[in-house]
Design a protein around this ligand. Structure first.
Ligand code: GLU
Length: 505
């Protein structure tokens, strides 16, 4: 295989959707697997769609994901500039070359004229297409005499350059994921390659840059498959060797009905963007995976398996393992359905793998930021150790452990109804005395003392433990009673029992 050079080529028209992140990821995995280079190219030739902050957002998102570039506007490289607007002077010669060779032509039809043709066609329930048929009657260098064309250009009459799509020609193509594809050019239109604003369109800039940047494999979303015949014909027209193509399957909505769109996320209750995004115009906020508490490793692991599988049962992969395992053979042709629960499951698995120290540190920070609680580090680490396996996210630890940081002020009604019996007050008074007298206040010893006391007095494990849980937690949840006791300490435990007795009687 020749040197692998792939590119991720986003247009900065908004935040990067998770489908885009997956495209970047597969490019990265393929490049690294094959000892190749990963390039970031910003495709910003459509100035009307420019969104401030989008490029920075894309760069930050990919950085958070651990997708690194060998060449980009930031890290530099031999084939720069890597932003198409900075390459503007470069494209016109290629547009000129196509005209000279007869593969493209000047079109002088104004936007108003084209709108009129579209409206007329629509009135007849047809679609206006600029193609081999219609171009014969439109205002372009194929219908206007050469001297006149030259004069119009010299007079500064605005024009676009269109690709002269050959008539009734079978374009034969190969896609690594989809296999052989044939398309008849009669189904295609004469796409604009160069615009009246002096900028190339996506199609021309993309092909020229892929060629100049020596891209070996074009790996991109399925939505670009319809552009492939034009791209292949452009390579032929220039006489350049085309790269190989791999069009990745779409990411589908959870119910499988249609493409997962930018709008879906917050509507369906999960983020579709890696990072939070605030729309610069409307101020509308879209949630991000990072801010929702996902680990980037879990997010990447989940994304990798949407459209690719390792061919084994393994589900948990580090980036290194993904690189090792990745190949297009195990990429699917059909769309991959997004699964919210599975996404959370991945985060849970990554949380499980972390030790209590690491999760504790994260929780310590969360407590301070979200609750204004400045807790002792070792204490929080112990708490994290007790409850971390029960949650998917660090932010969910609070619900499982708030009682380690504050005494209950209310008592869950359902639990009280079910567990607070007539003899409960008496049992709690006795338990308080017992607890107050325990010298060695380690969980292990507390458990032993409590158990001995319960069995020798035949008090029943349930009634005592359920009562204590209500007193200490205020609800029917939480880790073992002796572990809670050890951590909150004797004095606090006694206070909570007194308070509970006062409230519940
Ligand atoms: N600029 C295109 C995009 O926004 C790139 C498509 C391609 O990779 O060719 O997705």
């Amino acid at each position: 295989m020749k040197e692998v050079r792939v590119r991720f080529a986003p247009s900065p028209t908004g935040p990067l959707h998770i489908g885009g992140v997956r495209t970047a990821l597969y490019n990265y995995l393929f490049a690294k697997k094959n000892g190749g280079k990963m390039i970031l190219r910003i495709e910003d030739t459509d100035q009307t769609r420019f969104v401030p902050g989008a490029e920075e957002y894309i760069v930050k998102s990919l950085d958070w994901c651990g997708i690194k570039f060998d060449e980009s506007d930031i890290v530099g490289g031999e084939y720069g500039p890597y932003r198409q607007s900075d390459r503007k002077p470069l494209y016109k010669q290629y547009s000129d070359e196509l005209i000279e060779k007869g593969f493209a032509y000047y079109a002088f039809d104004t936007a108003e004229e084209l709108d009129k043709y579209r409206a007329e066609a629509e009135a007849e329930k047809k679609t206006f297409i600029y193609n081999a048929e219609s171009r014969k009657t439109l205002r372009n260098s194929l219908t206007i005499a050469a001297e006149e064309v030259e004069k119009m250009i010299n007079d500064g009459i605005p024009y676009t350059v269109r690709f002269k799509m050959p008539e009734n020609y079978e374009v034969r193509m190969h896609d690594i994921i989809r296999g052989d594809i044939k398309v008849n050019t009669n189904t295609l239109d004469d796409k604009v390659l160069f615009k009246s604003d002096g900028m190339p369109t996506y199609h021309l800039a993309n092909i020229v840059d892929d060629h100049l940047m020596k891209i070996s494999h074009v790996i991109r979303g399925e939505e670009w498959l319809p552009s492939m015949p034009l791209h292949v014909l452009l390579y032929q027209a220039f006489g350049w060797e085309a790269p190989e193509f791999a069009h990745l399957p779409l990411l589908l909505k959870p119910d499988g009905n249609g493409k997962l769109s930018k709008r879906d996320g917050d509507r369906l209750g999960f983020p579709v963007f890696p990072l939070r995004w605030v729309d610069p115009k409307s101020g509308e906020v879209s949630s991000g995976y990072r801010e929702s508490g996902y680990y980037s490793e879990a997010f990447i692991n989940m994304l990798a398996l949407l459209g690719w599988n390792p061919g084994t049962e393994q589900e948990i992969f580090s980036m290194e393992e993904l690189i090792e395992a990745f190949s297009f053979e195990h990429c699917t042709k059909s769309g991959a359905r997004f699964n919210v629960d599975k996404t959370k499951w991945f985060n849970h698995e990554y949380l499980l793998k972390k030790d209590k120290e690491e999760v504790g540190e994260e929780y310590l920070q969360w407590l301070e930021e979200e609750k204004g609680i400045k807790a002792d580090r070792d204490y929080v680490v112990k708490v994290a150790g007790l409850v971390k396996d029960r949650v998917n996210f660090v932010k969910e630890l609070w619900d499982q452990s708030f009682f380690f940081f504050e005494a209950p002020t209310t008592y869950d009604e359902v639990t009280v109804k079910k567990r607070w019996k007539e003899n409960s007050p008496e049992l709690m008074r006795m338990a308080k005395e017992l607890i107050n007298g325990i010298e060695d206040f380690s969980a292990e010893n507390i458990e032993k003392v409590l158990n001995d006391w319960i069995t020798s007095n035949e008090l029943g494990m349930g009634p005592v433990m359920n009562g204590l849980r209500l007193m200490l937690v205020g609800a029917g949840k939480g880790p073992h009673i002796h572990e809670i006791l050890e951590l909150i300490g004797k004095e606090e435990a006694v206070k909570r029992i007194d308070k509970g007795l006062e409230v519940l009687g």
